[in-house]
Design a binder for this molecule. Structure first.
Ligand SMILES: Nc1ncnc2c1ncn2[C@@H]1O[C@H](COP(=O)(O)OP(=O)(O)OP(=O)(O)O)[C@@H](O)[C@H]1O
Ligand SMILES: [Mg+2]
Length: 430
């Protein structure tokens, strides 16, 4: 699990972050470096950039220095390891790579990374291997990194051997075997479902093409049909691929640990970009609490650290009952204009998590910085109306004109009408 990250001369701004051992939320405007931060977190734990492992990826490329003439560094440390050591790794301009020291680094535990575009990466300390010597004979994959297509169809090595069968083949064979993997899958799908009434569950296997010999898994839909997983909606595909990877990784991890004669891993870190991606508000409310609990479906001893990027006020509101300052953090990225400086800078703030209750209050909070939860036109007309109401002598003609505008824009039950009508009727301009 990740304890701290320190970025010097890379990305939109230098920063140092301390992560909580459980839930870590990251908010901020587009383009301020949230996904980049997840890439760095993944790299710190695995020592490989996602696109370095799998060149098919369009994101997750090696981080390059901002100012080429200055030193660029990434500092990090892990929790739950025997010695908490701060690592600082510098960029080597001549090699155009990060100068990773030799030797096996501390084990951060299992790492899952769900990227915004549907790519997925898994790192398993039992199966992925760091070369410790140049003449190391073991040739193990440095991580399992899947493009969105490979999630479904499987991951092959350059020599044609299969690293992972992919969701379609594995799910179908688990279903035929009716063993532990199927039990895990059913449990994980149920736990990540939007509600007990809309439970994700496997349907009967089917075929979708004369030219595709694979048995195709299906999902039972609430409207009584079994729909092939490749035809499922975007939101469902995102969640079922997450469920599949959890089960695939855990199954393979258990087998590997058995072979090695070691106990299974207890620490897991999930890095999830745009955690609400494609999900209806009902599902947005349950997804983060469910992710915090989901490893318990696979093992009783797991500790899960979640680092999740979100653009959703519903996600923020949904974790209010769980949020605990002792083990959770909220990082917010903002563009800040400093006095006397024309160019704004990106600032990472460790915000205090205050329970705001209502989702619209989250929209106008530091997390999303909106002026109001209404349309821009309504926000503008209400500002004008508030200005009129604050004047000592109200210009009746102006107020009447604005009243006409308010009637076209504001809902009949809007609470603002109470104050507007009270003043208007009292002063006689309504
Ligand atoms: N490989 C890289 N090397 C150096 N800096 C990078 C690299 N990739 C991204 N960045 C920095 O990160 C910024 C993009 O940030 P990022 O994609 O993380 O935004 P985001 O906050 O996730 O936005 P959105 O909400 O739109 O997804 C770039 O403008 C650049 O400054
Ligand atoms: Mg992003």
């Amino acid at each position: 699990m990740l304890k701290h990250l320190k970025l010097t001369n890379i990305g939109p701004a230098d920063t140092a972050l301390e992560f909580g051992t459980r839930l870590n939320l990251i908010t901020g405007d587009n383009g301020l470096g949230k996904s980049f931060l997840l890439d760095i977190a993944w790299w710190a734990m695995t020592r490989k950039w996602p696109a370095e492992v799998n060149p098919k990826l369009t994101a997750g490329k090696i981080a390059l220095p901002t100012d080429k003439k200055k030193k660029a560094e990434i500092g990090f440390s892990f929790t739950g390891v025997s010695k908490t050591k701060a690592n600082v790794i510098a960029f080597e301009p001549r090699l155009q790579s990060w100068n990773i020291p030799r030797g096996r680094p501390a084990n951060p535990g299992l790492v899952f990374y769900a990227m915004a575009d549907g790519s997925f990466a898994v790192w398993d300390p039992a199966r992925n291997y760091w070369k410790t010597r140049a003449d190391d004979a073991l040739d193990r994959p440095p991580a399992y990194v899947f493009s969105p297509k490979e999630v479904w169809d499987g991951l092959q090595r350059d020599d044609g051997s299969w690293l992972c069968n992919g969701l379609i083949r594995d799910w179908a064979s688990w279903q035929k075997e009716k063993g532990r993997a199927l039990d895990y899958l059913v449990a994980v799908l149920a736990s990540l479902s939007p509600s007990s009434a809309e439970r994700l569950q496997p349907g009967a296997l089917t075929r979708i093409s004369l030219d595709d010999v694979r048995d195709m898994p299906t999902l039972k839909m609430p409207y009584g049909q079994d729909v092939a997983v490749v035809h499922a909606s975007s939101g469902m595909r995102r969640i079922i691929s997450l469920a599949y990877f959890l089960v695939w990784c855990w199954e393979e991890h258990l087998k590997a640990k058995e072979l090695l004669g070691e106990e299974p891993e207890t620490k897991t870190t999930f890095l999830i970009d745009e955690v609400e991606s494609h999900l209806h508000p009902r599902w947005q409310r349950t997804v983060v609490p469910a992710l915090m609990q989901v490893m318990a479906k696979l093992t009783t001893s797991a500790k899960v650290q979640l680092i999740a990027v979100t653009h959703s006020p519903l996600i923020m509101a949904s974790v209010e009952p769980q949020f605990d300052d002792q083990q959770d953090t909220w990082w917010d990225l903002d563009l800040v204009r400093h006095q006397g400086n024309r160019t704004p800078t990106v600032v990472f703030s460790n915000r205090r998590f205050v329970r705001l209750g209502d989702v619209s209050r989250w929209l106008v909070s530091e997390a999303f910085d909106l002026g109001s939860a209404r349309s821009l036109e309504v926000e503008d007309v209400l500002e004008q109306a508030a200005q009129i109401l604050s004047e000592e002598v109200i210009d009746h003609a102006k107020a009447k004109a604005l009243d006409v505008k308010l009637r076209t824009l504001l809902g009949d039950t809007d609470p603002f009408w109470v104050r507007w009508r009270f003043v208007g009727e009292k002063q006689g301009w309504l």
